[in-house]
Design a binder for this molecule. Structure first.
Ligand SMILES: Nc1ncnc2c1ncn2[C@@H]1O[C@H](COP(=O)(O)OP(=O)(O)OP(=O)(O)O)[C@@H](O)[C@H]1O
Ligand SMILES: [Mg+2]
Length: 497
């Protein structure tokens, strides 16, 4: 039903093809997993199948037994790119309206699908105000409602917590049972996802280098190494953080050395607290992990620490080395964050300008070598990426760029919100090494993550936020020693350390 013959695709401003000589057949009812390093061409392949970009060279045929057009549903890597309507209800109606379905029939179908995907309570909510996990569920419901013959999922679980991941897995299983002739193509960075499929395709620099049973491929160490599917040995991996360390920071008026939260309460509305009575403090050079299910307030806490929000009650203080209080207005880039969705922080036409913006903002134009060193720190080739538009990068490349752009400011404290989401195994290993290097330089880190391995490898203190607004400040032993708590992060066995 899907047949590609020697398909090559090159983006207009790119020197090398994103896909090269892809030949492949997928039969009705097949469920296929796709893996590969950041930038290897997975999302490009998905966009081609969904008809969002057109074949330039070679042939792509999608056929079935009828002569009707074949509906292809796609779930995007970033659910923000998916939402077209203002409310959840309208989002589900969108495709049906385009098909010209009568109102009554449409309403019934919408109610049925809202129920099926546990979204009934969100029916009238604004799509812009949903959490990442909720958006992902709305995306799935709005695609499944038109019963596609082909379902393409581009890292659909990247914004989901552990409960959300399990629910998605069940949902995808159900969908397969209900529509046995539907083709399912699922792009993922996780071996445990691949094991749920019968067939695995591996992309490497735009080519398919393996097409076999997941077990056969994932047991082939040499192949996994080549395709970047293996986790590097984080105990030996080193990353060099360029910069001026304290000299750069000393130029600024403040010398921030600790952040203290005192009985912090936060609420967006009067009805419900997000955080209640949160007290902790930590120093530059320490790493704090923040864990909790979707909607528990992790990103809110990150924004509070970066002084982008103010506590509703209680206080967050920024302390200088002599213990004196620093006014949050005077922090001047000493505390910054890398957002959950990196593109939200890009605003300049090229990657190089993004990386140079921080230092330039402090009145210093970085030497070429220095900008290059920031690209190297995150594993991006400066010569290729420097002149690229940040918005044209692949998902994982965007996240890497965001690290470089924030760290070029030499902040004293950094909040990383889901830093490994969308990164390939090399990227995850690199992030762990990078965090260790930052710590050694005396930077304080807050790492918000669902990734058990990342929290386990790095966090010295763990703040566990619970959905009833209560919270616990725990040692790693207390957190990982408790099976109830541990469930909010991914199992360590998902990734060989
Ligand atoms: N609009 C564009 N213009 C130029 N190059 C692009 C564009 N979109 C993607 N690319 C490049 O094409 C290559 C393949 O990108 P693609 O998004 O398919 O990768 P991916 O395998 O999905 O990566 P990730 O794991 O990071 O999501 C990358 O090197 C990327 O930088
Ligand atoms: Mg991608």
């Amino acid at each position: 039903m899907i047949k590609l013959e020697n398909v090559t695709y090159r983006y207009t401003d790119s020197s090398r093809p994103a896909l090269q000589n892809i030949s492949l057949e997928i039969k009705p009812g097949e469920a296929v997993c796709v893996m590969g390093a950041n930038g290897s061409g997975k999302s490009t392949f998905a966009k081609l199948l969904a008809g969002l970009i057109e074949v330039q060279q070679g042939q792509l045929k999608i056929t079935n037994t009828t002569s009707k057009p074949i509906p292809v549903g796609m779930i995007f890597q970033n659910p923000d790119n998916q939402m077209v309507a203002v409310t959840v209800e309208k989002e589900l109606a969108f495709a049906l309206e385009n098909l010209g379905m009568p109102q009554r029939e449409m309403e019934l179908l919408i109610s049925e699908n809202l129920g099926k995907f546990k979204l009934a309570h969100l029916r009238q909510r604004l799509t812009s105000e949903l959490s990442g996990g909720e958006k992902q569920r709305v995306a799935l419901a709005s695609v499944m409602i038109f019963q596609p013959d082909i379902l393409v999922l581009d890292e659909p679980d990247s914004f989901l917590d552990e409960e959300g991941k399990a629910a998605l897995r069940m949902e995808l299983d159900n969908i397969r049972k209900q529509r046995p002739s539907m083709v399912q193509i699922h792009i993922s960075q996780y071996p445990y996802v691949a094991y749920q499929y019968d067939r695995l395709l591996v992309f490497d620099r735009g080519e398919i280098i393996a097409d076999d049973e997941p077990r056969t491929i994932l047991n082939n160490i040499e192949l996994c190494d080549r395709a970047g599917l293996c986790y590097p040995d984080v105990s030996t991996k080193r990353v060099i953080v360029p910069g001026h360390g304290d000299t750069e920071r000393d130029r600024r008026a403040v010398r921030l050395t600790a952040i203290k939260a005192d009985a912090v309460r936060f609420a967006y509305t009067e009805e419900a607290d997000i955080l209640r009575n949160l007290t902790f403090d930590f120093k530059a050079g320490e790493i704090v992990g923040v864990v909790g299910l979707s909607g528990s307030g992790k990103s809110t806490l990150g924004n509070l620490l970066c002084a982008l929000l103010e506590p509703t009650a209680g206080r967050i203080s920024y302390l200088a080395h002599d213990g004196e209080d620093i006014d949050s207005e005077k922090l001047r880039g000493s505390v910054t964050g890398v957002f959950q969705q990196p593109e939200r922080q890009f605003f300049l036409p090229t990657c190089l300008e993004e990386v140079n913006f921080g230092p330039e903002n402090f009145g210093r134009t970085p030497a070429e070598q220095q900008s290059k060193a920031f690209f190297a720190m995150v594993g991006l080739e400066a010569d290729t990426f420097g002149s690229r538009d940040p918005f044209s990068l692949s998902g994982g490349e965007k996240r890497r760029l965001a690290f470089a752009a924030v760290l070029s400011m030499s902040p004293r404290f950094v909040v990383f919100d889901e830093p490994t989401c969308g990164l390939d195994p090399e990227g995850v290993g690199r992030f762990i090494a990078l965090a260790k290097a930052l710590k050694d330089m005396g930077t304080g880190l807050v790492i918000i993550s669902h990734d058990g391995q990342v929290i386990h490898s790095l966090a010295e203190h763990i703040i566990y936020l619970r959905n009833d607004a209560s919270n616990l400040v725990l040692s790693p032993t207390e957190f990982f020693g408790n099976p109830q708590y541990r469930r909010v992060v991914s199992p360590l066995s998902n990734q060989p350390a």
